[in-house]
Design a binder for this molecule. Structure first.
Ligand SMILES: NC(=O)C1=CN([C@@H]2O[C@H](COP(=O)(O)OP(=O)(O)OC[C@H]3O[C@@H](n4cnc5c(N)ncnc54)[C@H](O)[C@@H]3O)[C@@H](O)[C@H]2O)C=CC1
Ligand SMILES: N[C@@H](CC=O)C(=O)O
Ligand code: NA
Length: 439
């Protein structure tokens, strides 16, 4: 059978990784897909630079006209690996209009324009596959869209940004500075073109938006996601959390609640004994709670050339197999049939319910603890643990750390405002969220 022809857009970390894996494993891939998969042409910004990254012994056809790749009648599948949301959107919609199937690793594109892209693909009868867009090489889209279809998904929590996890691990294990750890993640090809997306939680929120859509059968609603990154985390909080038996991880969390869906990314305390608390470096991990299966955990490399290429190539194989299947029987893009999506509201962060880590700086005087615990009790916030650090030599200010049981965020915020107004409290409180991930 004639080989499937791929038009690659972009030849950076992931694009070059895809070319390499397709060449190295060509025989196995062909046996699995039922026919060979070849790169017909590659659209790049800088042809000379791209040539130096091509696998040795191959003669790839590079050009700098991206639209020509998408319009080439011989290209069966367009593989978008340029990133960004503007040109990528134009090219993907153009590919769909040309009735070409699309594979993309671009989570920002899907979280922001996914509803429009999937509607266009549905109308044109083509597939848009995106396994690499969430948790890199982990087949989490496949698991949710196919393996777990029997379940009512209750929640998903995951380490879904490799760069942030790498930075947190590197700072803890080697004492590296934030800036050095980030530079290393960039050097290894893990970070986004603009690393602010990684460290401020945007990238994780893009991925979480996609996961929530697939888990709950809702449209993409990135603009309603709550996001907080790791750039303001203090070493003191990381250390205190460890003393209390927790690790701080940047988690993406989405939960089904009676009144809507929680969709939030923030640094989170997780009990140190949980497997996810011990997922380090560029590794990602996603925990899914389903009503029938219970908890399942997926772990693997979330970024980097070949781990990401592993997911991109798997999508190319899936599309190749589907090209011979009846379009009516394809797996729906978002797991649910497109006319059966529901519009569950995304809850504001004030309505979120979780446990909290609070760190306050207090003057070392009697009565402080009593005042703080009274305020918490007045707002029905119960305390799980409390720790007071001894003041440093000559200092009169002490750190007090409180772990709460589950409470509504707006109650905790009210308590924080009242505590901060006490004359015995110095400065602002630090608030971090804590998830036990047990049920
Ligand atoms: N690097 C990683 O580990 C992962 C990346 N991704 C996603 O994969 C996509 C690609 O990422 P990387 O390969 O890391 O990026 P990269 O920056 O290494 O490569 C991007 C490529 O696209 C080209 N490009 C970008 N804008 C262009 C334009 N306007 N015109 C022509 N060419 C253009 C660049 O020249 C380069 O060849 C992004 O959407 C990213 O979010 C997804 C999972 C993991
Ligand atoms: N920048 C991303 C790349 C993969 O999606 C990350 O660090 O996870
Ligand atoms: Na994946």
């Amino acid at each position: 059978m004639k080989p499937i022809q791929v038009g690659l857009l972009g030849f950076g970390t992931v694009g070059a990784g895809v070319a390499k894996v397709l060449v190295r494993n060509a025989e196995e891939i062909g046996r699995r897909a039922g026919r060979a998969i070849e790169v017909k042409r590659v659209g790049v910004r800088n042809i000379d630079k791209a040539r130096t990254a091509a696998p040795s012994g191959t003669e790839l056809s590079f050009g700098d006209d991206m639209r020509a790749v998408v319009d080439d009648p011989e290209v069966d599948i367009v593989c978008e690996l340029i990133g960004g949301t503007e040109l990528a959107k134009e090219l993907v919609l153009r590919a769909i209009a040309n009735r070409k199937h699309v594979v993309t690793a671009n989570k920002a594109l899907l979280a922001i324009h996914g509803n429009e892209i999937f509607a266009a693909a549905q109308k044109a009868g083509v597939m848009v596959n995106f396994e690499a867009a969430v948790a890199g090489g982990i087949p989490i889209i496949k698991a949710l869209r196919e393996g777990l279809t029997a379940n009512r998904i209750e929640w998903i929590a995951g380490i879904i940004n490799g760069t942030s996890n790498f930075i947190l691990s590197d700072m803890r294990d080697t004492g590296a500075s934030f800036a050095d750890a980030l530079a290393q993640a960039q050097k290894l090809g893990y970070a986004e073109a603009d690393p602010t997306f990684d460290i401020e939680g945007h990238d994780a929120a893009h991925k979480l938006t996609i996961l929530a859509a697939i888990a709950f059968g809702i449209p993409m609603q990135f603009e309603k996601a709550y996001l907080e990154g790791i750039s303001t985390l203090s070493r003191d909080d990381i250390r205190y959390a460890e003393e209390l038996g927790y690790r701080i991880k940047l988690l993406g969390i989405t939960k089904r609640k009676p009144n809507g869906i929680e969709l939030r990314v923030h640094p989170t305390l997780v009990p140190a004994k949980r497997i996810i608390a011990n997922v380090e470096g560029v590794m990602n991990a996603v925990v899914v709670q389903g009503d029938a299966v219970g908890q399942t955990l997926y772990s693997g490399r979330g970024a980097g050339a070949e781990p990401t290429a592993s997911a991109v190539v798997a999508d190319l194989v899936d599309v190749t197999r589907l090209l011979t299947a009846d379009p009516e029987h394809r797996v729906p893009h978002l797991a649910f049939q497109p006319d059966r999506l529901v519009d569950l509201p995304i809850l504001p962060i004030s309505e979120v319910e979780t446990s909290y880590y609070l760190r306050l700086k207090a003057h070392d005087q009697t009565g402080v603890m009593a005042d703080v615990t009274r305020i918490l009790a007045d707002l029905s916030i119960s305390i799980d643990a409390m720790m007071q650090k001894e003041p440093a030599e000559g200092e009169k200010i002490v750190d007090i750390i409180i772990l709460t049981h589950v409470a509504k965020e707006h109650r905790v915020d009210s308590a924080i405002a009242r505590i901060e107004s006490l004359p015995t409290i110095a400065g602002r409180l630090t608030k971090l969220r804590l998830e036990n991930l047990d049920k």
